[in-house]
Design a protein around this ligand. Sequence first.
Ligand code: HEM
Length: 182
Amino acid sequence: MHWRNTSSVYGLTSILLHWLSALVVFGMFGLGWWMVGLDYYSSWYRTAPDLHKGIGLLLLAVTLLRLLWRLVNPRPATLPEHGPLTRLAAHAGHWLLYLLLFGVLISGYLISTADGRGIDVFGLFQVQALISGLPRQGDIAGQVHEILAWSLVILAVLHALAALKHHFIDRDATLRRMFGRP
Ligand code: HEM
């Protein structure tokens, strides 16, 4: 398998980036849900949000890299058995997934930086608060973050169901290609 995409299959880099971000998105949704219900006296009360913020910023970097990689690689051609409606739905769905990913990550950043403090990423580096002190920034960003996170996870589940339908019902190569099989 090659690192780069070809005109018929995804390369190892795109595949690893796809499955890594799928894992992180579902994991972060679970972590976020669990974290907001934590009691002040729990030993995770501070650690869980630090973990959530650190992973979120790393996912933002990975997503930017992923888009850059997409830009400099050929895109595997659409399968001939996919009609125009399937192509349109897949294309729109993929861009909406990217859009929601950025929306969730940026709104999360705006919650954390509302009070002007930067975000420490696992003690490795600090990300400055570029935007802070907007009226009700924390509250509004928090609400937007929750709505977008739900939308992202629901769309990702629909996207996964569509991939499974292609694999088990239509028996085409859509899902196989995301594992590097032609
Ligand atoms: C949070 C979870 C997920 C996100 C955010 C996500 C996002 C994406 C995006 C943005 C693409 C387009 C890649 C590109 O060409 O730039 C894509 C492709 C794909 N995804 Fe996912 N995905 C997720 C989970 C899954 C899961 C769980 C499955 C399978 C069960 C899956 C199967 C696929 C397949 C087969 C493709 C290739 C479609 C094609 O070639 O037209 N994805 N995904």
